[in-house]
Design a protein. Sequence first.
Length: 107
Amino acid sequence: MNKIIKGDNVIVIAGKDKGKQGQVLRVLGDKLIVSGVNQVKRHQKPNLMRGVEGGVLIKNMPLAISNVAILNPETGKADRVGIKLVEFEGKVRRVRIFKSNGAEVGV
């Protein structure tokens, strides 16, 4: 089980966008794409066959997973994530929890 998954709210803890917050859009192995973070401008040529207009596009680029931390909504600060085994309807499930207060991470 990954500690940071799609849909989590994260905060950047290192790099040029340190302090910015956003939601995880995609997980690419050891990299993440976070909305509004690590944005670059790309020049796009028009392509009539594909219906693509030309111009300057703003694009979210991948960010190393080690440069972000999950955002704890109760404290409003970055937090670490742990895994806890919980019995639910006779089956054992793995649940993500915040290390600081032990609350379950909800998406």
